[in-house]
Structure formats: structure tokens, C-alpha cells
Design a protein. Structure first.
Length: 423
């Protein structure tokens, strides 16, 4: 019980400070997305909401690779500080824009674009920071706790956002989010300054090319990225689009779908907590095997199973997502040279999610041709087959050196990340 209540990694002062600030900002962000959506719908419609959502996602994708280069050039802490100061200001600006209740759409879109760009800078920098503030033997626990924070925020944040939005308006929620980023800024200021690990700065294109070389030279890294990319395209995107349709038609409506997604998040929390203190001898094999659970929710929907079975499938998939994300991240942070890890992280994340929007757009039209069950069932079968193929690869089955024992940064500290399962 002591391990669960206070994992040893929280005894590390720098990680404890960062975790506090990061968890606070995650909670604020999970509330802000819900509040902003309702604010846009009050003055516009689905088209306007789509524009605002696209305005956040597009710069996130376009700026991601640049974020990797800048992090390896300037240091993770410095880039994260710039990103969180920017996000604090954009959320304060959104709060002011919504205060009157009749925001200009152009103003909202401009602020959301900056918000998305700052998030793209923060993401690879976060992946690069973790090995600097966590000892090598506790790296897996650090990644697990960060995953738990993300999952917990995704459950609690939207629920609280609905209450605050109804009572005080969306502007109040955005103001809270601005404050949450301010807390993260303070936590980052308390961390030691990071330094550049790479060689002398070269051109932007040359540094991108160096990161790509590091990424593609590791079979296990690009294979797992492709695996997650195709999962997002063929399994997760159709599940997110067609799942609500099945819930509306057969399961009792939005409340049932909300329960399914809440249990997915709960499973991720449970999976992350279960990873604390665990060090599989073959982490890539274990992480990939955990993704077998990703097929279960789509299979349950395609088979027309009752709600309790679908909820159980979502819980299992969420747990598998946490296990996979923790182990993939830890292996990458342990194996890739620190001077290239932010760029490797950016390539992995970009690759993992590049086709997600295509899947979201195509799921509806394809389901008209082959049926909802056909699309979801194909995704489930694909995932099972893909896992079998990936597990058969020697590079994935191999037992890699544990954190702190492989070549890389002195003292076992590594910067880097791997693609995370869809969230």
C-alpha cells in the first residue's frame, strides 16, 4: 500500500515539483477543452466548432517536428517554459474573449492556433525532460505516474468543467486553466536549467535529418510507431466516430457512451498504477502484448454485446494503453542518445497520429458501404493480426538493457520518448 500511496520516485525533489505542476496544468487543460466547445456552440454551430478544433490540431501537427529540433537545441526546460508561458497567456486571452458571451470567431481561432503551436513545442520537450529528473532505475515509475496523471485528468476534468461552466460560464473555466499553466511555470522555474547534449548547432533541415536517422535506424522504434499509426487509423478513429452511434442506437444514449469512455480512463489509471515498481525483462514484448486489449472495445461493439461487456472491454483497453505507453517510453528514453531524443520523440508522435484525422473522416462514409459492425469488426481483427506480426519480430522480442545500463547520457539519464497509444 505504501508503494501506491507514495511511489519512491516522488522522493526525487525535481520530479515531485514537476509532477505537481504538470498534473495541475493537465487538469486545467482537460476542463478548458470542454468549456471552449460549449462556448462556441452557444454562439455558432457544428461548423464553427469544427473550425476551432481544427485550429488547435493543425498547428500541433505542423509544429511538432520543429519542437523536437528546438528542444535538442535549447534544452527541454527552456522550451517548456516558453510553451507554458504562451499557453497561460492564450488561456487568459480566451477567458477575456468569452467574458462578454459573444466572442469573435476570428479571435478564438487565432488564440487556439497559438495554443496548439505551444502544445506542439511542449510535447517533445516533456519527453526529453523526464530522464533528466528521474534516476534511471525509476524511469519506468516516472513515466507510469505521468500517464496516471493524464488519465485521471481526462476523467475528472471534463466532469468538473461541466459543473463550473453551468454555474459561472466558460470564461471562468478558461481563467482556471490559465492559472494552472502558471502553476506549471513556477514548477519548471524550480528545476535546474537543462543544457544542450547535441553537437554544434547546424541547420534546421540538417538537425531534422539527424533525428530521422536516429529514428529509422532502430527497427523496434519505427515498427512500433507504424503499429500505433495504423491502430489510430483503423481501430481507434472508427471507434470514436461509430461508438457514439452504436450507443445512441442500441445502448441508451450519451450517458452509456460517457460511461464507456470513463471506464477506459479508469483502466488507464489502474494500468499505470500497476506498472509502479515493475520491470519486465522484455519490455517491448510486454508493451506490445498489452495492446491486444485495444481490439476488445471495437470487437464488443461489432458483436452487439450488452453495455456491461463493452464497459469491461474499455477498462481492459485502457489498462493496456497505460502499460504500453509506460514501457515504450521507458525503452526509448533508455536507448536513444540524449542529444537526439526530442527529435526522435517528435517523429514518433507525428508518425503515430498522422493518419488519425483520415480515420476520423473516413469512418462514417465507409460504414455506410460496409456497415458499422463491418468497420469495427475489421479494426478488431486488424489489431489482433498486427500485434501478432509485431511480436514475431526479433527486435521486439529482444530483452533490451535496463535503464541506466545502456549507452547514452552519463548516469543513466536519457532524453526521449516513443509514440503513445491514442488518447
Amino acid at each position: 500500500m505504501a508503494l501506491v500511496l507514495r511511489p519512491p520516485v516522488l522522493r526525487e525533489r525535481d520530479f515531485r515539483r514537476f509532477f505537481t505542476g504538470y498534473a495541475t496544468s493537465l487538469f486545467g487543460s482537460s476542463m478548458a477543452s470542454v468549456a471552449l466547445a460549449f462556448a462556441v456552440l452557444e454562439t455558432g454551430g457544428g461548423t464553427e466548432l469544427g473550425l476551432v478544433l481544427a485550429a488547435r490540431i493543425l498547428p500541433l501537427v505542423l509544429v511538432l517536428l520543429a519542437g523536437g529540433v528546438l528542444t535538442d537545441r535549447w534544452g527541454s526546460r527552456q522550451v517548456m517554459l516558453a510553451a507554458d508561458v504562451t499557453r497561460c497567456l492564450t488561456q487568459a486571452g480566451l477567458a477575456l474573449a468569452l467574458l462578454g458571451g459573444d466572442p469573435h470567431m476570428a479571435t478564438l481561432i487565432a488564440l487556439v492556433v497559438v495554443w496548439g503551436a505551444a502544445e506542439a513545442l511542449f510535447t517533445p520537450a516533456l519527453d526529453a525532460l523526464v530522464p533528466r529528473i528521474v534516476p534511471g532505475d525509476a524511469l519506468s515509475d516516472g513515466n507510469a505516474l505521468l500517464g496516471v496523471a493524464r488519465s485521471a485528468a481526462s476523467i475528472a476534468g471534463p466532469a468538473l468543467a461541466g459543473v463550473i461552466t453551468a454555474a459561472a460560464g466558460a470564461s471562468a473555466v478558461l481563467a482556471v486553466d490559465a492559472v494552472s499553466y502558471g502553476v506549471s511555470v513556477v514548477a519548471l522555474l524550480l528545476l535546474p536549467r537543462t543544457v544542450r547534449d547535441a553537437g554544434p548547432a547546424s541547420s534546421f533541415v540538417a538537425e531534422l535529418r539527424e533525428g530521422w536517422t536516429e529514428f529509422r535506424s532502430r527497427t523496434w522504434l519505427w515498427v512500433t510507431s507504424v503499429h500505433v499509426c495504423l491502430f489510430n487509423l483503423l481501430v481507434w478513429a472508427p471507434f470514436l466516430v461509430l461508438g457514439p452511434l452504436v450507443a445512441q442506437r442500441d445502448l441508451g444514449g450519451p450517458a452509456s457512451w460517457g460511461l464507456v469512455m470513463a471506464l477506459y480512463g479508469a483502466g488507464a489509471v489502474a494500468g499505470g498504477m500497476a506498472m509502479l515498481g515493475r520491470r519486465p525483462r522484455r519490455p517491448l514484448f510486454a508493451g506490445t502484448a498489452a495492446t491486444l486489449g485495444w481490439a476488445m472495445p471495437s470487437a464488443a461493439l461489432a458483436a452487439g454485446l450488452p453495455l456491461p461487456w463493452i464497459c469491461a472491454a474499455a477498462l481492459t483497453a485502457g489498462a493496456g494503453s497505460a502499460v504500453c505507453g509506460t514501457l515504450y517510453a521507458t525503452v526509448t528514453q533508455s536507448q536513444v542518445p540524449p542529444g537526439a531524443l526530442a527529435r526522435v520523440s517528435a517523429y514518433g508522435t507525428f508518425g503515430a497520429f498522422a493518419l488519425g484525422p483520415v480515420g476520423l473522416a473516413a469512418a462514417g462514409p465507409v460504414s455506410v458501404l460496409v456497415g458499422v459492425g463491418g468497420v469495427l469488426g475489421f479494426g478488431a481483427v486488424w489489431q489482433l493480426a498486427a500485434v501478432a506480426v509485431v511480436l514475431a519480430l526479433p527486435a521486439v522480442r529482444a530483452a533490451l538493457p535496463r535503464p541506466g545500463t545502456s549507452a547514452g547520457a552519463p548516469g543513466g539519464n536519457r532524453d526521449g520518448s516513443s509514440p503513445s497509444p491514442a488518447s
